[in-house]
Design a protein around this ligand. Structure first.
Ligand code: SF4
Length: 258
């Protein structure tokens, strides 16, 4: 990070906000991390939802999506060198069924035959003063009037009302990048929750994005300070229960004492 632009994705920014020590393990030390069952399931469903839009509109049916899921599932099963950390082979069928349930829920929310995606799994980036924002947007649609809609698929649960704005962190990040890199403020950002299922929407505006940009610049400064002083404070929270780095983490040192 010395002398170079600090590179931040929505997930690495979120890591630092929730626990600087976690950010260090992932973004600075780049420690290897096992893939969890939830991540693997999410990747599989995301891959199907990308591929379904490569079909001609009339072919974007639920049956075709289910076929794609089965094909991808078999590919993953054959090619996987290391299964997800919490993978239980006896549970294999349940894991597939859960991915299928998420996919079927998607068709309760949207009909992809009626949608036109301009970009899928779209890599975007923008350099602010000394911070480089980057990441992948699941889907961009361009309306006939030229306005943009960004969509992000989620496999977790819909947040409560108090956590709703926080849930849009990643899409506000991408709305800012779209504005700064392409001069377009998306008319709408959408979170498609496949588990519940439900769709949350937010209409970004210039004021919101300016405030978010300031937040990113402040975050960039805080990360640089932590780096320069080598002070990456652990911030224990319920997140620790799912953290791969508990064994190394200083916050858990006493619980490891004999
Ligand atoms: S175990 Fe908890 S405190 Fe330690 S790095 Fe992970 S999230 Fe942070």
């Amino acid at each position: 990070m010395d002398g170079t632009l600090l590179k931040l994705s929505p997930s690495s920014a979120r890591d630092f906000k929730s626990c600087p020590q976690l950010f260090k393990y992932r973004a600075v030390d780049r420690l290897p991390e096992p893939v969890s069952r939830a991540q693997a399931k999410g990747s599989l469903v995301h891959a199907v939802l990308e591929r379904i839009f490569h079909e001609p509109p009339e072919g974007r049916t639920q049956e075709r999506a289910e076929e794609l899921l089965t094909t991808l599932w078999n590919e993953v099963d054959e090619e996987a060198e290391a299964p997800p950390a919490d993978f239980d082979f006896e549970d294999d069928g349940k894991w597939f069924d859960e991915s299928m349930r998420l996919l079927r829920n998607y068709f309760r929310l949207e009909d992809p035959r009626e949608l036109s995606a301009s970009q899928l799994e779209w890599w975007v980036e923008y350099e602010l003063a000394d911070i480089h924002l980057r990441g992948i947007i699941d889907r961009l649609e361009e309306r006939p009037d030229g306005s943009w809609i960004l969509t992000d698929y989620k496999t977790g649960r819909v947040p409560g009302t108090q956590r709703e704005l926080a849930a849009f962190f990643g899409l506000r990040f991408y709305a800012l990048v779209c504005w700064r890199a392409f001069g377009v403020i998306p008319a709408q950002i959408r979170l498609v929750y496949l588990s519940d299922p439900a769709v949350l929407t937010l209409d970004p505006n210039e004021r919101m994005l300016i405030a978010f940009e300031k937040q990113m610049q402040a975050l960039g400064k805080a990360i640089r300070r932590a780096h320069d002083t080598d002070d990456w404070r652990p911030s224990p929270s319920p997140l620790c229960m799912h953290c791969s780095f508990q064994a190394e983490c200083p916050a858990w040192a006493t619980s490891r004492m004999p």
